[in-house]
Design a binder for this molecule. Structure first.
Ligand SMILES: [Zn+2]
Length: 115
């Protein structure tokens, strides 16, 4: 995985998820550049701008219970944009719903396979 491949994945999933009217960037990050998680997102709902950070493969968060799936993580963060109008605050139910949806979506049509 490199930044160029991540940009391709982002573009493909942005279209699949109906987010083409958003200006979204995604960046591969090291552990020290983000919180102790696989991915994170910040957004501006009114300007339709979002910034996503995903970890470099091989740099799992300390509490990770399952193998890192970068593509599912990217989808997870993108789905937060769809949930954003309902609630500005993250909560457990939303996280669980987004985890279930991102897992289902990546299994339906994974794009990236590590060589
Ligand atoms: Zn989340």
């Amino acid at each position: 995985m490199n930044q160029e491949k991540l940009n391709e994945l982002l573009h493909a999933w942005q279209l699949r998820l109906g987010l083409r009217d958003w200006d979204i960037s995604a960046k591969l990050c090291h552990a020290y550049e983000m919180s102790n998680c696989w991915g994170e997102i910040s957004w501006n709902l009114h300007e339709k701008i979002a910034d996503i950070k995903v970890r470099y493969p091989g740099e799992s968060p300390s509490h990770a219970m399952r193998p890192y799936d970068l593509e599912a993580t990217l989808i997870h963060e993108l789905l937060h944009i769809h949930f954003a109008p309902f609630d500005e605050v993250n909560n457990l139910a939303e996280e669980q719903a987004i985890n279930a949806l991102s897992k289902a979506l990546v299994n339906l049509g994974r794009i990236y396979v590590e060589n």
